[in-house]
Ligand binder design. Structure first.
Ligand code: S3P
Length: 423
């Protein structure tokens, strides 16, 4: 895909549904009694992987494009899949589903694409094994393919070394089936969509600080879920509006759960002209209309407890930092190395190729802003967030930029380029 500088971006858009909430709606819907109806479900490849995995376990899921209807099988109703559960590129499907599969009365195998086969799974294998699970990495490298021999589990308390919602959620989902209570404490609070959705489905869950505690469930009650827009998708337009000259963009109905809204705080700290008007709260998830205008920005430090609240936005925030005066330092973000690609290496490589003054560190990046960017050849590295970040950088660079593997946006935002073009 080829890009040129734009003089201005203006208009209104509605980004697609939240990826994390969409995945969870399929999983809890499948385990519930009754039919769960999900509106504004994200029709990206990752969430469709979650649908197809649960269909392979006998769950009837109808996807009309507008509404997804899941006929729940109840907590004990999943069937043994006849083939490998293919998660595609989706880390969330892999890790959360592993927590459920660990407790089923059957054996299953999970596998995915080349990127999934490099993502660390030891982080869920360890706590699930402490609960009694039997999970084997078939290549012996703590990555997928994983063979899961379902068995009975018992509750544990787990002190997680990483602030990861996927790890926390895998344990809490396993906890639904375990004997006794299960709790997880994390170093910083990660996104809490699982906990909020557990509450909605009638699961007994307690949240205190960075600890979540679940009781074994007798049943889950089917729900109607309206998924808010994904702030991680809105992030590209937030940054585009701030750095492109003569711009004003309104993004409607964006989820602003406080465990996800770190980007708003960072933009404000950098001097952004940004307004956030809350519109509603559904299933405990607040949403808002966000308006951004071209702004004069200055550098900042992004570290500590805010990192999990903006972990997926760090690639586009690195682009933002290139357009801010002074230095932006990102630290405590070593998790970036084990995302769909090594996002520290890739951002440093290609922003440098565009002329930015950026340096990678062990746990983040240092960006000295203010140098004009020029076009370059970028490889998406089959990482959706890399492709979208460089599309926004390219609109603000002198000359032509070419992104190969640009179609990878299908993972989380199939209409990304069309929406951008409309602005
Ligand atoms: C997600 C959690 C985060 C995030 C990912 C989605 C989730 O991963 O990066 O895109 O839905 O729970 P980690 O839990 O590995 O930090």
């Amino acid at each position: 895909m080829k890009f040129k500088r734009r003089a201005s971006l203006r208009g209104e858009i509605t980004v697609p549904g939240d990826k994390s909430i969409s995945h969870r709606s399929i999983m809890l819907g499948a385990l519930a009694d009754g039919t769960t109806e999900v509106s504004n479900f994200l029709q990206g490849a990752d969430c469709r992987s979650s649908i197809s995995c649960f269909q392979k376990m006998g769950v009837t899921i109808e996807n009309t494009g507008d509404i997804v209807r899941i006929q729940g099988k109840g907590l004990r109703g999943l069937q043994a899949p006849c083939e490998t559960l293919d998660v595609g590129n989706s880390g969330t499907t892999t890790r959360l589903m592993a927590g459920i599969l660990a407790a089923q009365p059957f054996t299953s195998t999970i596998n995915g694409d080349a990127s999934i086969q490099k993502r660390p799974m030891g982080r869920i294998m360890e706590p699930l094994s402490l609960m009694g699970a039997d999970i084997t990495s078939l290549n012996g490298n703590d990555c997928a393919p994983l063979c899961i021999q379902g068995t009975s589990l018992h509750g544990i308390h787990y002190d997680s070394p990483v602030a990861s919602a996927q790890v926390k959620s895998a344990i809490l989902l396993a906890g639904l089936f375990a004997e006794g209570e299960t709790s997880v404490t994390e170093p910083y609070l990660s996104r809490n969509h699982t906990e909020l959705m557990f509450e909605a489905f009638g699961v007994s869950i307690r949240r205190e600080g960075t600890t979540a505690t679940v009781q074994p469930a007798a049943r889950l009650d089917a729900q109607k879920i309206i998924v808010p827009g994904d702030i991680s998708s809105a992030a590209y337009f937030i940054v585009a509006g701030l750095i492109t000259p003569n711009s004003c963009i309104t993004i409607r109905n964006v989820g602003i759960n406080p465990t996800r809204d770190g980007i708003l705080e960072v933009c404000r700290a950098m001097g952004a002209d940004i307004t956030v008007e809350q519109t509603n709260v559904r299933t405990g998830e607040p949403s808002a209309d966000i308006t951004v205008r071209t702004s004069i920005l200055h550098g900042t430090t992004i570290e500590g407890a805010i990192i999990p609240k903006l972990i997926d936005e760090l690639p586009i925030l690195a682009v933002l930092a290139c357009f801010a005066d002074g230095t932006t330092v990102i630290r405590d973000a070593q998790e970036l190395k084990v995302k769909e690609s090594n996002r520290i290496d890739i951002m440093v490589r290609y922003l440098s190729a565009m002329g930015a003054d950026i340096e990678g560190t062990e746990d983040g990046m240092i960006i000295r802003g203010g140098r004009p960017l020029h076009g370059a050849s970028i490889d998406s590295s089959l990482d959706h967030r890399i492709a979208m970040s460089f599309a926004i950088a390219a609109l603000n660079a002198e000359g032509d930029t070419e992104i190969t593997g640009a179609e990878v946006v299908n993972i989380s935002y199939p209409e990304f380029y069309q929406d951008l073009e409309r602005l």
